[in-house]
Design a protein around this ligand. Structure first.
Ligand SMILES: Cc1cc2nc3c(=O)[nH]c(=O)nc-3n(C[C@H](O)[C@H](O)[C@H](O)COP(=O)(O)O)c2cc1C
Length: 203
C-alpha cells in the first residue's frame, strides 16, 4: 500500500511514517494507537478539538438527535469513552431504548475527523458516580446536575435540588468501529478500524 505510506502526517501528532514493510496488523496498531493517544489528550487538554464531540442518538420516532458533549475519559485498553450527563435528559431515555450511538469528533488544527460507532452503557447511582460527584460537587458545573426540572423542560422558578439529590450520571461508550478522515493539501486519507483490521476507504 505504498500510496498510504505517510498517513501520519506531521499535523499535531508525531510524524512517524508508515514504512512499506509494515504488516497490515502493524498499520492497524499504529493508527489505532495514535487515535487513542489523541482521545486521551483531548480529555485533559481543553484546547484539543476532540474534547467536544457531537453525540448522535436515535429518538423514539426513529429520528436523529445530536448534541455537543465534553469527553471526560478515554481508555485505550478497554476501547471506551466516557461523558457525563443529567440522568433525566432526553438522550438517556433514547439510549435506554436504543443503546447505540455515534460520536463525531473534529479537530481543526489537525484537520482530523473521527466518527466512532459506539455501544452505550449508562451508569446511574453507582460508586463511580458518587466518586465523580464528590470531586465536582463544589464546582460551578455541579449546578448543571441540580436543576429542579429535567434538561429540556420548560424553565421553572423552583428551587434547585439539594446537593445530595444530584442527577449526574455517566455514559460509557464502547467503540465498535472508528472511521478516521484526515484532510490534507496533498489529498485526503480515510480509514475504517474495525475488528482489529484497518481498511482504507475513498475519502
Ligand atoms: C461545548 C458544549 C459542551 C457540552 N457538554 C455536555 C456534556 O458533557 N454533557 C451533557 O449532557 N450536555 C452537554 N452539553 C449540552 C448538550 O449539548 C445538550 O444541550 C444537553 O445535554 C441536552 O441534550 P438532550 O436534550 O439531547 O439530552 C454541552 C453543550 C456544549 C455547547
Amino acid at each position: 500500500m505504498a500510496e498510504h505510506r505517510n498517513f501520519q502526517e506531521p499535523v499535531g501528532g508525531s510524524p512517524t511514517a508508515c514504512s512499506a514493510d509494515m504488516t497490515e496488523p502493524d498499520k492497524y496498531k499504529q493508527l489505532n494507537d495514535q487515535l487513542w493517544s489523541e482521545l486521551e489528550q483531548a480529555v485533559t487538554d481543553r484546547q484539543h478539538g476532540w474534547r467536544t464531540p457531537v453525540l448522535a442518538t436515535v429518538d423514539a420516532d426513529g429520528l436523529p438527535d445530536a448534541r455537543t458533549v465534553v469527553l471526560r475519559a478515554a481508555d485505550r485498553a478497554r476501547q471506551t469513552l466516557k461523558v457525563f450527563t443529567d440522568q433525566r435528559s432526553p438522550k438517556i431515555v433514547q439510549l435506554q431504548a436504543n443503546p447505540q450511538a455515534q460520536l463525531v469528533f473534529w479537530c481543526p488544527s489537525r484537520q482530523w475527523q473521527l466518527r466512532a460507532k459506539v455501544a452505550v452503557t449508562i451508569d446511574i447511582n453507582s460508586d463511580q458516580t458518587a466518586a465523580i460527584w464528590t470531586r465536582i460537587r463544589q464546582m460551578a458545573a455541579a449546578g448543571d446536575y441540580l436543576t429542579a426540572e429535567a434538561p429540556g423542560s420548560l424553565l421553572s422558578d423552583q428551587a434547585p435540588l439539594s446537593v445530595d439529590q444530584h442527577a449526574l450520571c455517566v455514559m460509557e461508550f464502547k467503540t465498535v468501529s472508528l472511521d478516521w478522515l484526515m484532510l490534507g493539501r496533498q489529498g485526503h486519507r480515510r480509514a475504517r478500524l474495525e475488528h482489529d483490521t484497518l481498511t482504507w476507504l475513498t475519502p
